[in-house]
Each structure stands twice: as C-alpha cells, then as structure tokens.
Write a protein that binds this ligand. Sequence first.
Ligand code: SF4
Ligand code: SF4
Length: 507
Amino acid sequence: MDVRANFSMSFNLDKCIGCHTCSVSCKNIWTTRQGAEYMWWNNVETKPGTGYPVTWEDQERYRGGWEVNSSGALRLKLLKGPGKIRTLANIFFQPNLPTIDDYYEPFTFDYQNLFNAPAGDDQPVARPKSLITGEFMEKISLGPNWDDDMGGSPLYATNDPNMRNLSASQKECLTKFHKLFYFYVPRICNHCLNPGCVASCPSGALYKRGEDGIVLLDQDICRAWRFCVSACPYKKPYYNWANGKSEKCIFCYPRVETAQANACAHSCVGRIRTVGILLYDAERIEATAKLPDDRIVEGMRDIILDPKDPKVIEAARNAGMEDNWIKAAQNSPAYNLFKKWRISLPNHPEFRTLPMNFYIPPLSPILHQAKADRGGTFDPEADDFFNEIDKMRIPLKYLANLFAAGNEALVLESLRKQMAVRMYWRQKRFGDVGEGAVRSAMSQCGLSVQDAEDIYRINSIATYEERFVIPVTHRESKTISDPRNMYEKRGTVGFGTKKREFVGREW
Ligand code: SF4
Ligand code: SF4
C-alpha cells in the first residue's frame, strides 16, 4: 500500500445559484494578466448546454483523456500509437487544440465614451473592444457562460454531448421552454490521480505533488507545446498567448498550505462547496483507470482508503504523513460524501483521469413526469415521491452521462438518499410524511438516523471549519520528486512519487 493524500472539492449542485462569484474571485486573484483574459480557471456552466470551451466534453473532437487500447494498455487518446515517436512527429501541430473561437474573444467595453463623448442627440454607448487586438468588435458572439440561464434553449442544449442516448421525450424535458429544467455546474481543475496533462507534457513541466495531490505547472520548464491543453479532457490548462506559457488552476496552494479555503470555495455565495483530504493507494491507480466504464466509479471508491483503519494510519505515517493530515482525512467531508454516504460522484469518470472533485447531483421536480404518466392527475396522499425519483424532470440518463459514465444506478442511489434525508427532516419538522414512510425510505437506501442528521448538516448549516477541513502543510518535512526524472516519467501514472532518499535535498 502506497498511501498518499489528495485535496478534494465537493459541489452540492442543488445549491448552486449560478452567481459566478467563485469565477470572479478566482479571476481577480489569478488571471488578470495579459494573455490570460479569456481564462477562467473556475468557470460555471449552465446544463444542459455546450460549456466552455464549446462542447469540451466531446472527446471525439478534442481527443482528451485516456483509453484502454486493444492490448489492454492505458494510452492518452491524443497519442495513439507508440508514445514518444508520435509526440515528436506532432510536436509542432496539434489538430485537436481548441482555438480562441472555441473559448471566446475576450472583451472589455469603451466605458470612457460614456463620460467623454461630445454632446449630441444620442445617448453615448460603451462599444465592446477586443482584449486581444484592442480593436472595436462588431458584436460579441460568445462568452464563458454564453448560454447562462438558457440551459434549455434548443440551440445550446441539443448540442450538449451528454444528451446522447436520451429518448425523444427525455430530450424534450431538457429543451422545451415550457417544460425545461436546468442547473449549474461549477468546474475547476480536478487535480486528478491519473492526470492526462502531466502525462502528456513533452517538457515535463507539469507535476503532481505526492503529498497533497495538487497538479502544478512549472512555467520555467514549459515550452508552449500545449499538449496539456489537448490531453486534459476537462480543458483546464490554458495557453497564455502573450507570454507563451501554459497556466492552470493551482488549487489556491498558497492559501490551502496555510489552512485557508480556496478563493472560489471561500467566496461561494450558495455555500455549495466543501474541501477535504482523501487518502488513496497510489499502487492501484493504473488498475483503477483501466476499469470498464460501468465499474470505474466503484473502482474510484475502492482506491480511497478508510482514514480510520489502523493499517492505513500506520502506512500513512510510514509514508511521512503528519498526524494533522491523518486527522483531517478522518474528518473529511469529501470522504463522507463520496465514500461513506455515496452521494457525490465524479464528473465524467470515463475520461479515466480519476478526477478528485465530486458533485452531488441535483434533485428536480418529480410531479411533472409523474402527472404525465397518470394522465394529468397526482394524489400527494396516495402517490409516493420516494419511489418516483426516476421520474425526475432531469432524466437520470442525462445525470448519469455527466457524473457516472452512464451508470444510472449510481445516480439513482445518490438521489434516493437525498430524498430520504428530505423526508426525514420534513417528518421531524412538520410530521406530515409519516414515521413508517421515513423508516422505509431510510432503510431502502441504507441510511441511519445519524447519517440523515450528518448529511443535512454538511449540506446546509455546517460551519466554515466543518466545510473546509484543510490541514496546515508541513513543507519543511515534505519529500519531493526528482525533477531530473520527469521526462522519463512522462506517460506513467502516479506522478509525484515520494522517494525518501530525496528528503531535504536541494536541486
Ligand atoms: S483536470 Fe486533471 S487532466 Fe485536467 S488539468 Fe486538472 S489534473 Fe490535469
Ligand atoms: S459562487 Fe457558489 S453558488 Fe455562486 S456560481 Fe459559484 S459555486 Fe455556484
């Protein structure tokens, strides 16, 4: 067992109000430089929709992430064929890169004209100006959340890659204005266990820190090949056109090293985010990443270790983990949500990078579909919301395509648990659900009363310290990777190997 720690952020999608405070706070801190204007290390998308960059989830187009080839080996989709030769052959041209038109042409407005325009018959206007060319733009035709609050518009929703395999009536639920239901998906770098960005970089500029899992990009080493942009299926590394270096979300490491929450999480108005530590077994990364689509989420749950297991604690201590990290892992909201209660799920696990951020899928109204099934009637006394959860306005298949590699059972499990917790609290507060119905719902999905209390607390009234269980980093005792080996390790999994012989060495 090779125990390591990974930071993990969880998002409760029922609570996201799409306010973009997270995106703006991230941008104000990290991406205000020239060349970075179009970058949103944290972005918020309306779903169903095409996202940012446009249709980023379509790996037929972008070739991001990993695939298992015919001989059973894990290969970057980008590098079909023998890795190094193919890399060298393509180093100057990558057909799969998104262009600026797939993101958007960043712009500002000519605000000065509002104050300085000469007197005239018309109101002065602030025309849009390109932040790349400095020229006025005829019109703005794309933005980082262009389909904001237009999730159901046929124009955008029908091009959403997650619509695949949905029936005509399911699609109608997500695209017809009088029926539609939409929700928001905030996204940052997933600080994956098997990061495509790290494995693809010909220069070895990207690395994954063994001690906390944060994936970073060394700009002194970056040579602008932009393989990371192509290989990341989430499109979270960005190329800075002004300085010729790539950049990416750094999980606010200067903040989390001192136990402060990430800027996006700290500023989140809906308090939808929690941050914690996960302990995992690095020896099982490759085997997990090779699992078939329908088993990959379970594989990810298996690779996460129980931080209260004495054997895990001993192995963690032997690997040099401090006690405050082990204690943080034991109180981790990420562990409880993903592994213990099984209500959070990874975004597109089928990309096989083993993303370490997790989403609690949203509940949506059931009444509409249930009424349709019964010819327009619904008797709340007789009908049973709990067992109708698969008739939600958002089709299960859609959520499964987004968060479970198509495995609807995993989404159903999460939604039923969320519904059982709601029933428990409704009964506790108003007493109109019935003790029997609550008991039945809780036992059907394997929740105890304590679970219902704890799930409610972390998702609604938890304090700052409960939501952000972030231990102070002991940089003074951390082992490090040998940067001289980085090129050799390109294309392998489990980057950021801790080697005890490197402790305290200066490079
Ligand atoms: S999401 Fe994963 S693959 Fe993409 S940049 Fe982050 S660590 Fe790399
Ligand atoms: S700040 Fe929070 S609630 Fe607002 S968009 Fe971001 S994640 Fe959603």
